[in-house]
Design a protein around this ligand. Structure first.
Ligand code: PEP
Length: 252
């Protein structure tokens, strides 16, 4: 069993109401009782409508809360329907997912994501920065060049890397029950770490998570890759049992 810090981050997507607090409560209780607490970091990224309510309701916190996107603009402005990083921070968010492929597919560019990352970091939110190739790009052997471009175009050397966690999420793997071959995944995670170090001329390796169809059955496969610093879990994080079983099985 590894002794390194591991992240287990849930992305609830468009899911949940006030009654869903029971899921948060169960995961918080699990975290409270679990051994090796300092070696795992559990974060649930929930809809904006729930973050404040959950934050208030959680009396003792053994998990962290985050959200799933923010507007790039700092301060208030004429952006109907949008919420900025500062508003989310005040509502209780500590983390924000940015660059998720479901938002990229709706038109988010690398340049826009960069502005969002900068704005989130300025508000002292930690960023879960999603990158990954589509199936078409993978078939054309473009995975590494796509990842390189996503990293280069959305990050700057001045950004505080301690506040950025990468999530490698192959688009073809999200919600499809398809996962990468373990040898390919290992070299992709290593590539991301090296590419970041090379591009930003730093010796400090970033944290890189894997995301895409992680479940309680396949998690044991991933635990063999020590370079993976944790997981971004979508669908399975909407059930406390499934989410907790993933964590339990990782450490089995
Ligand atoms: C995600 O939405 O980030 C994700 C990884 O989804 P899923 O686990 O459902 O594939």
């Amino acid at each position: 069993m590894t002794n390194k810090l591991r992240y287990f981050i849930g992305n609830w997507k468009m899911f949940g109401d006030f009654g869903s607090f029971k899921i948060i409560h169960k995961i918080n209780q699990f975290s409270r009782k679990s051994k090796n607490q300092s070696k795992k970091k559990i974060i649930l990224c929930v809809p904006n409508t729930l973050i404040h309510f959950f934050k208030k309701k959680l009396k003792s916190k053994f998990i962290s809360l985050g959200v799933q996107n923010c507007h790039y603009h700092q301060g208030y402005g004429p952006f109907t329907g949008s919420v900025n990083a500062s508003m989310l921070k005040k509502a209780g968010a500590e983390f924000v997912i940015l660059g998720h492929s479901e938002n990229r597919s709706e038109g988010e560019t690398n340049q826009l994501i960069k502005k969002k990352i900068e704005s989130a970091l300025n508000e002292e939110l930690s960023v879960i920065f999603c990158i990954g190739e589509t199936l078409k790009e993978k078939k054309r052997a473009k995975t590494f060049s796509i990842l390189k471009n996503q990293i280069k175009s959305s990050l700057e050397k001045k950004f505080n890397v301690n506040k950025i966690i990468f999530a490698y999420e192959p688009v073809w793997s999200i919600g499809t029950n398809k996962i990468p071959k373990m040898n390919e995944l290992k070299s992709t995670i290593k590539f991301i770490k090296n590419e970041f170090k090379k591009t930003f001329k730093t010796k400090k390796s970033p944290k890189v998570l894997y995301g895409g169809s992680v479940n309680d059955k396949n998690i044991s496969l991933f635990s063999s890759i020590s370079e993976i610093d944790g997981f971004l879990i979508g669908g399975a994080s909407q059930s406390s049992k499934k989410f907790i079983d993933i964590i339990k099985n990782y450490y089995k």
